[in-house]
Ligand binder design. Structure first.
Ligand code: AMP
Ligand code: TRP
Length: 333
Protein backbone atom coordinates (compact mmCIF):
# COMPACT_ATOMS: atom_id res chain seq x y z
CA UNK A 1 0.00 0.00 0.00
CA UNK A 2 1.38 3.41 -0.96
CA UNK A 3 0.48 6.00 1.65
CA UNK A 4 1.49 9.52 0.72
CA UNK A 5 1.78 12.35 3.22
CA UNK A 6 3.19 15.85 3.00
CA UNK A 7 2.86 19.29 4.52
CA UNK A 8 3.77 22.91 3.98
CA UNK A 9 4.04 25.64 6.60
CA UNK A 10 1.57 28.48 5.97
CA UNK A 11 4.31 31.04 6.42
CA UNK A 12 3.64 33.06 3.30
CA UNK A 13 2.51 32.84 -0.28
CA UNK A 14 3.63 29.70 -2.09
CA UNK A 15 6.34 30.24 -4.69
CA UNK A 16 7.70 28.38 -7.70
CA UNK A 17 10.14 26.46 -5.45
CA UNK A 18 7.25 25.14 -3.39
CA UNK A 19 5.39 24.21 -6.54
CA UNK A 20 8.26 22.52 -8.36
CA UNK A 21 9.86 20.99 -5.25
CA UNK A 22 6.69 19.82 -3.56
CA UNK A 23 3.19 20.39 -4.90
CA UNK A 24 3.87 19.23 -8.46
CA UNK A 25 4.90 15.87 -7.02
CA UNK A 26 1.88 15.76 -4.81
CA UNK A 27 -0.49 16.27 -7.68
CA UNK A 28 1.21 13.50 -9.63
CA UNK A 29 1.29 11.11 -6.68
CA UNK A 30 -2.35 11.56 -5.71
CA UNK A 31 -3.36 9.50 -8.73
CA UNK A 32 -1.07 6.59 -7.92
CA UNK A 33 -1.32 6.12 -4.17
CA UNK A 34 -3.77 4.23 -1.96
CA UNK A 35 -3.92 6.90 0.74
CA UNK A 36 -3.06 10.56 0.24
CA UNK A 37 -3.01 13.28 2.90
CA UNK A 38 -1.76 16.85 2.47
CA UNK A 39 -1.44 19.11 5.48
CA UNK A 40 -1.14 22.80 6.28
CA UNK A 41 1.49 22.74 9.05
CA UNK A 42 -0.04 25.54 11.13
CA UNK A 43 1.54 24.25 14.37
CA UNK A 44 4.99 24.12 12.76
CA UNK A 45 4.76 27.65 11.43
CA UNK A 46 4.14 29.21 14.87
CA UNK A 47 7.65 28.14 15.96
CA UNK A 48 8.99 31.21 14.13
CA UNK A 49 7.65 34.79 14.45
CA UNK A 50 4.25 35.31 12.81
CA UNK A 51 1.27 37.63 13.03
CA UNK A 52 -1.83 36.14 14.73
CA UNK A 53 -4.04 38.79 13.13
CA UNK A 54 -3.37 37.62 9.59
CA UNK A 55 -2.68 33.95 10.32
CA UNK A 56 -6.13 32.54 9.47
CA UNK A 57 -6.06 34.37 6.15
CA UNK A 58 -2.59 33.04 5.45
CA UNK A 59 -3.71 29.48 6.18
CA UNK A 60 -6.69 29.81 3.87
CA UNK A 61 -4.50 31.32 1.13
CA UNK A 62 -2.31 28.22 1.24
CA UNK A 63 -5.37 25.96 1.08
CA UNK A 64 -6.46 27.80 -2.08
CA UNK A 65 -2.90 27.51 -3.44
CA UNK A 66 -3.10 23.72 -2.98
CA UNK A 67 -6.50 23.39 -4.61
CA UNK A 68 -5.65 25.74 -7.50
CA UNK A 69 -2.42 23.82 -8.10
CA UNK A 70 -4.39 20.64 -8.67
CA UNK A 71 -4.76 18.88 -5.33
CA UNK A 72 -7.96 16.88 -5.87
CA UNK A 73 -10.20 16.53 -2.79
CA UNK A 74 -11.72 13.35 -4.27
CA UNK A 75 -8.31 11.71 -4.10
CA UNK A 76 -6.55 13.44 -1.23
CA UNK A 77 -7.45 14.58 2.26
CA UNK A 78 -6.56 18.21 2.82
CA UNK A 79 -6.15 18.97 6.51
CA UNK A 80 -5.00 21.63 8.97
CA UNK A 81 -2.53 20.22 11.48
CA UNK A 82 -4.07 21.98 14.48
CA UNK A 83 -7.53 20.56 13.70
CA UNK A 84 -6.37 16.97 14.17
CA UNK A 85 -5.03 17.07 17.74
CA UNK A 86 -3.86 13.46 17.55
CA UNK A 87 -0.70 14.76 15.82
CA UNK A 88 0.43 16.72 18.87
CA UNK A 89 -0.59 13.92 21.20
CA UNK A 90 1.61 11.45 19.34
CA UNK A 91 4.39 14.07 19.24
CA UNK A 92 4.36 14.20 23.04
CA UNK A 93 4.69 10.43 23.18
CA UNK A 94 7.55 10.51 20.67
CA UNK A 95 9.27 13.23 22.73
CA UNK A 96 9.83 10.70 25.45
CA UNK A 97 11.93 8.47 23.17
CA UNK A 98 13.74 11.17 21.15
CA UNK A 99 17.17 12.17 22.48
CA UNK A 100 17.94 15.89 22.18
CA UNK A 101 21.12 14.89 20.32
CA UNK A 102 19.01 13.78 17.33
CA UNK A 103 17.52 17.27 17.12
CA UNK A 104 20.00 19.97 18.08
CA UNK A 105 22.58 18.88 15.51
CA UNK A 106 20.20 19.28 12.55
CA UNK A 107 21.14 22.13 10.17
CA UNK A 108 17.48 23.20 10.08
CA UNK A 109 17.60 23.88 13.83
CA UNK A 110 20.36 26.42 13.34
CA UNK A 111 18.60 27.84 10.25
CA UNK A 112 15.35 28.37 12.14
CA UNK A 113 17.25 30.20 14.91
CA UNK A 114 18.83 32.45 12.27
CA UNK A 115 15.38 33.06 10.77
CA UNK A 116 14.18 34.27 14.17
CA UNK A 117 17.24 36.55 14.50
CA UNK A 118 16.61 38.04 11.07
CA UNK A 119 12.83 38.34 11.35
CA UNK A 120 11.31 41.79 10.88
CA UNK A 121 8.57 40.97 13.42
CA UNK A 122 8.90 43.56 16.23
CA UNK A 123 8.42 40.84 18.86
CA UNK A 124 10.77 38.34 17.16
CA UNK A 125 13.18 38.12 20.10
CA UNK A 126 10.46 36.42 22.15
CA UNK A 127 10.65 33.37 19.87
CA UNK A 128 14.38 32.97 20.46
CA UNK A 129 15.47 29.46 21.40
CA UNK A 130 11.93 28.15 21.86
CA UNK A 131 11.43 24.42 22.46
CA UNK A 132 9.19 24.20 19.39
CA UNK A 133 12.04 24.73 16.92
CA UNK A 134 14.07 22.03 18.62
CA UNK A 135 11.07 19.71 18.67
CA UNK A 136 10.00 20.50 15.11
CA UNK A 137 11.16 17.15 13.62
CA UNK A 138 9.39 15.17 16.35
CA UNK A 139 6.05 16.76 15.47
CA UNK A 140 6.87 16.08 11.83
CA UNK A 141 7.48 12.40 12.65
CA UNK A 142 4.11 12.31 14.39
CA UNK A 143 2.40 13.95 11.36
CA UNK A 144 3.77 11.21 9.14
CA UNK A 145 3.52 8.15 11.39
CA UNK A 146 0.03 8.83 12.77
CA UNK A 147 -1.22 7.82 9.29
CA UNK A 148 1.44 5.12 8.83
CA UNK A 149 2.50 7.03 5.73
CA UNK A 150 5.41 5.62 3.73
CA UNK A 151 6.02 7.99 0.82
CA UNK A 152 6.80 11.63 1.56
CA UNK A 153 7.16 14.11 -1.30
CA UNK A 154 9.46 16.90 -0.05
CA UNK A 155 12.35 19.13 -1.05
CA UNK A 156 15.83 17.87 -0.18
CA UNK A 157 16.34 20.07 2.92
CA UNK A 158 13.70 17.90 4.61
CA UNK A 159 15.63 14.65 4.18
CA UNK A 160 17.33 14.86 7.59
CA UNK A 161 13.91 15.25 9.17
CA UNK A 162 12.76 12.07 7.47
CA UNK A 163 15.84 10.30 8.90
CA UNK A 164 14.67 11.39 12.35
CA UNK A 165 11.17 10.07 11.55
CA UNK A 166 12.66 6.68 10.70
CA UNK A 167 14.84 6.66 13.83
CA UNK A 168 11.80 7.38 15.99
CA UNK A 169 9.76 4.66 14.24
CA UNK A 170 12.56 2.12 14.73
CA UNK A 171 13.02 3.02 18.37
CA UNK A 172 9.30 2.82 19.07
CA UNK A 173 9.12 -0.60 17.44
CA UNK A 174 12.14 -1.77 19.46
CA UNK A 175 10.79 -0.51 22.79
CA UNK A 176 7.09 -1.28 22.52
CA UNK A 177 6.51 -3.61 19.57
CA UNK A 178 6.21 -3.36 15.77
CA UNK A 179 3.74 -0.74 14.60
CA UNK A 180 5.58 1.52 12.17
CA UNK A 181 7.21 0.78 8.85
CA UNK A 182 9.96 2.97 7.41
CA UNK A 183 9.16 5.97 5.24
CA UNK A 184 10.79 7.05 2.01
CA UNK A 185 11.21 10.55 0.56
CA UNK A 186 10.05 11.27 -2.97
CA UNK A 187 12.27 13.84 -4.69
CA UNK A 188 12.27 15.26 -8.22
CA UNK A 189 14.61 17.41 -10.27
CA UNK A 190 12.80 20.57 -9.25
CA UNK A 191 13.69 19.83 -5.65
CA UNK A 192 16.05 22.79 -5.32
CA UNK A 193 14.98 26.04 -6.95
CA UNK A 194 17.28 28.88 -5.99
CA UNK A 195 16.68 32.50 -5.07
CA UNK A 196 16.59 34.87 -8.05
CA UNK A 197 18.74 37.35 -6.12
CA UNK A 198 21.27 35.02 -4.46
CA UNK A 199 21.81 31.61 -6.07
CA UNK A 200 23.57 30.41 -2.92
CA UNK A 201 20.20 30.35 -1.15
CA UNK A 202 17.04 28.48 -2.06
CA UNK A 203 13.99 30.40 -3.19
CA UNK A 204 11.97 31.16 -0.07
CA UNK A 205 8.81 32.90 1.02
CA UNK A 206 10.53 36.01 2.32
CA UNK A 207 11.72 39.00 0.33
CA UNK A 208 11.32 39.40 -3.40
CA UNK A 209 13.84 36.80 -4.49
CA UNK A 210 11.08 34.35 -5.28
CA UNK A 211 8.18 34.24 -7.71
CA UNK A 212 4.89 33.72 -5.89
CA UNK A 213 2.31 31.59 -7.68
CA UNK A 214 -0.04 34.56 -7.33
CA UNK A 215 2.32 37.19 -8.79
CA UNK A 216 0.86 39.30 -11.60
CA UNK A 217 2.47 39.19 -15.07
CA UNK A 218 4.04 42.62 -14.40
CA UNK A 219 5.58 41.48 -11.14
CA UNK A 220 6.91 38.33 -12.78
CA UNK A 221 8.48 40.26 -15.66
CA UNK A 222 10.06 42.72 -13.22
CA UNK A 223 11.46 40.01 -10.95
CA UNK A 224 12.95 38.00 -13.80
CA UNK A 225 14.49 41.14 -15.31
CA UNK A 226 16.12 41.85 -11.95
CA UNK A 227 17.30 38.26 -11.41
CA UNK A 228 21.07 38.03 -11.00
CA UNK A 229 23.08 36.30 -13.73
CA UNK A 230 26.65 34.99 -13.81
CA UNK A 231 29.78 36.69 -15.07
CA UNK A 232 30.18 35.28 -18.60
CA UNK A 233 27.45 35.86 -21.17
CA UNK A 234 26.64 32.34 -22.44
CA UNK A 235 23.32 30.77 -21.61
CA UNK A 236 24.54 27.33 -20.64
CA UNK A 237 23.67 24.89 -17.88
CA UNK A 238 26.50 24.44 -15.39
CA UNK A 239 25.56 24.55 -11.73
CA UNK A 240 29.20 25.08 -10.60
CA UNK A 241 30.31 27.89 -12.87
CA UNK A 242 26.89 29.36 -13.72
CA UNK A 243 24.56 28.72 -10.78
CA UNK A 244 22.25 31.70 -11.42
CA UNK A 245 21.68 31.03 -15.12
CA UNK A 246 21.39 27.28 -14.50
CA UNK A 247 18.63 28.00 -12.02
CA UNK A 248 16.77 30.10 -14.61
CA UNK A 249 17.25 27.35 -17.21
CA UNK A 250 15.87 24.80 -14.74
CA UNK A 251 12.76 26.90 -14.19
CA UNK A 252 12.36 27.31 -17.98
CA UNK A 253 12.83 23.56 -18.49
CA UNK A 254 10.42 22.45 -15.77
CA UNK A 255 7.65 24.87 -16.71
CA UNK A 256 7.85 24.57 -20.49
CA UNK A 257 8.81 20.89 -20.77
CA UNK A 258 11.68 21.80 -23.15
CA UNK A 259 14.85 19.75 -22.64
CA UNK A 260 17.80 21.60 -21.09
CA UNK A 261 20.00 20.85 -24.14
CA UNK A 262 17.32 22.29 -26.41
CA UNK A 263 17.12 25.48 -24.33
CA UNK A 264 20.91 25.90 -24.57
CA UNK A 265 20.67 25.51 -28.35
CA UNK A 266 17.77 27.95 -28.61
CA UNK A 267 19.75 30.67 -26.84
CA UNK A 268 23.19 30.08 -28.30
CA UNK A 269 24.63 33.50 -29.17
CA UNK A 270 21.59 35.27 -27.69
CA UNK A 271 21.58 37.75 -24.83
CA UNK A 272 20.39 37.44 -21.26
CA UNK A 273 17.76 40.06 -22.09
CA UNK A 274 16.16 37.86 -24.76
CA UNK A 275 16.38 34.76 -22.62
CA UNK A 276 14.85 36.50 -19.62
CA UNK A 277 12.02 37.99 -21.61
CA UNK A 278 11.10 34.52 -23.00
CA UNK A 279 11.44 32.98 -19.56
CA UNK A 280 9.05 35.58 -18.13
CA UNK A 281 6.54 34.62 -20.82
CA UNK A 282 6.94 30.92 -19.99
CA UNK A 283 6.30 31.62 -16.30
CA UNK A 284 3.32 33.92 -16.95
CA UNK A 285 1.72 31.39 -19.31
CA UNK A 286 2.32 28.54 -16.92
CA UNK A 287 0.74 30.39 -14.01
CA UNK A 288 -2.31 31.61 -15.94
CA UNK A 289 -4.58 28.54 -15.43
CA UNK A 290 -3.45 28.33 -11.80
CA UNK A 291 -4.40 31.94 -11.18
CA UNK A 292 -7.76 31.59 -12.93
CA UNK A 293 -8.65 28.60 -10.76
CA UNK A 294 -7.49 30.50 -7.65
CA UNK A 295 -9.82 33.39 -8.45
CA UNK A 296 -12.72 30.97 -8.96
CA UNK A 297 -12.05 29.34 -5.60
CA UNK A 298 -11.95 32.71 -3.87
CA UNK A 299 -15.62 33.10 -4.74
CA UNK A 300 -16.64 29.89 -2.93
CA UNK A 301 -15.19 29.96 0.60
CA UNK A 302 -17.90 27.55 1.85
CA UNK A 303 -16.71 24.92 -0.57
CA UNK A 304 -13.12 25.27 0.68
CA UNK A 305 -14.20 25.03 4.31
CA UNK A 306 -16.24 21.92 3.62
CA UNK A 307 -13.29 20.24 1.87
CA UNK A 308 -11.22 20.89 4.98
CA UNK A 309 -13.73 19.80 7.60
CA UNK A 310 -14.70 16.62 5.72
CA UNK A 311 -11.02 15.72 5.29
CA UNK A 312 -10.25 16.42 8.94
CA UNK A 313 -13.10 14.13 10.10
CA UNK A 314 -11.73 11.28 8.00
CA UNK A 315 -8.16 11.98 9.13
CA UNK A 316 -9.22 11.82 12.78
CA UNK A 317 -10.60 8.32 12.31
CA UNK A 318 -7.29 7.11 10.83
CA UNK A 319 -5.25 8.98 13.46
CA UNK A 320 -7.28 7.61 16.35
CA UNK A 321 -6.76 4.08 15.20
CA UNK A 322 -2.94 4.47 15.22
CA UNK A 323 -3.00 6.33 18.52
CA UNK A 324 -5.03 3.55 20.13
CA UNK A 325 -2.53 0.95 18.93
CA UNK A 326 0.36 3.08 20.24
CA UNK A 327 -1.26 3.53 23.65
CA UNK A 328 -2.05 -0.17 23.96
CA UNK A 329 1.55 -1.13 23.20
CA UNK A 330 2.80 1.43 25.71
CA UNK A 331 0.59 0.34 28.56
CA UNK A 332 -1.34 3.60 28.43
CA UNK A 333 -4.56 1.74 27.74
P1 AMP B 1 8.56 25.67 3.09
O1 AMP B 1 8.19 26.74 2.14
O2 AMP B 1 9.95 25.82 3.57
O3 AMP B 1 7.54 25.40 4.15
O4 AMP B 1 8.60 24.32 2.23
C1 AMP B 1 7.44 23.66 1.79
C2 AMP B 1 7.82 22.58 0.80
O5 AMP B 1 8.36 23.15 -0.39
C3 AMP B 1 8.89 21.60 1.32
O6 AMP B 1 8.63 20.31 0.83
C4 AMP B 1 10.15 22.15 0.71
O7 AMP B 1 11.13 21.18 0.55
C5 AMP B 1 9.68 22.69 -0.63
N1 AMP B 1 10.51 23.84 -1.00
C6 AMP B 1 10.63 25.01 -0.33
N2 AMP B 1 11.48 25.85 -0.97
C7 AMP B 1 11.90 25.17 -2.07
C8 AMP B 1 12.79 25.51 -3.14
N3 AMP B 1 13.39 26.69 -3.21
N4 AMP B 1 13.00 24.60 -4.09
C9 AMP B 1 12.38 23.41 -4.04
N5 AMP B 1 11.54 23.02 -3.08
C10 AMP B 1 11.29 23.89 -2.09
N1 TRP C 1 8.68 20.57 7.84
C1 TRP C 1 8.07 20.77 6.56
C2 TRP C 1 8.60 22.10 5.98
O1 TRP C 1 9.16 22.91 6.65
C3 TRP C 1 6.58 20.82 6.67
C4 TRP C 1 6.06 19.55 7.24
C5 TRP C 1 5.51 19.39 8.49
C6 TRP C 1 6.05 18.27 6.63
N2 TRP C 1 5.16 18.10 8.68
C7 TRP C 1 5.48 17.37 7.59
C8 TRP C 1 6.49 17.80 5.39
C9 TRP C 1 5.36 16.03 7.30
C10 TRP C 1 6.35 16.44 5.12
C11 TRP C 1 5.80 15.57 6.07
O2 TRP C 1 8.41 22.30 4.82
Amino acid sequence: MIKVFSGIRPSGKLHLGNYLGAIKNWVELQNEADQVIFMIADYHAITTPYDPKTYQQQIMDVVLDYLAAGVNPDKALLIRQSKVPQHTELAWIFNTISPIGWLDRLPTYKEKQDQIEESANPKAASWKNNMGILDYPVLMAADILIYKSNLIPVGNEQLKHLDVTNEIAKKFNYLFGEIFESTKPHLTEGAHILSLQDPKRKMSKTGDEGIALSDSPDEIIKKIKKAVTDSSKEIIFNTDSKPAVSNLITIYHLLSGQKIKKIEEMYEGKSYVEFKSDLAEVVVEFLKPFQEKYQELQKTPDYTTSVLTKSEEKAKVLANSTLKEVKEKMGLE
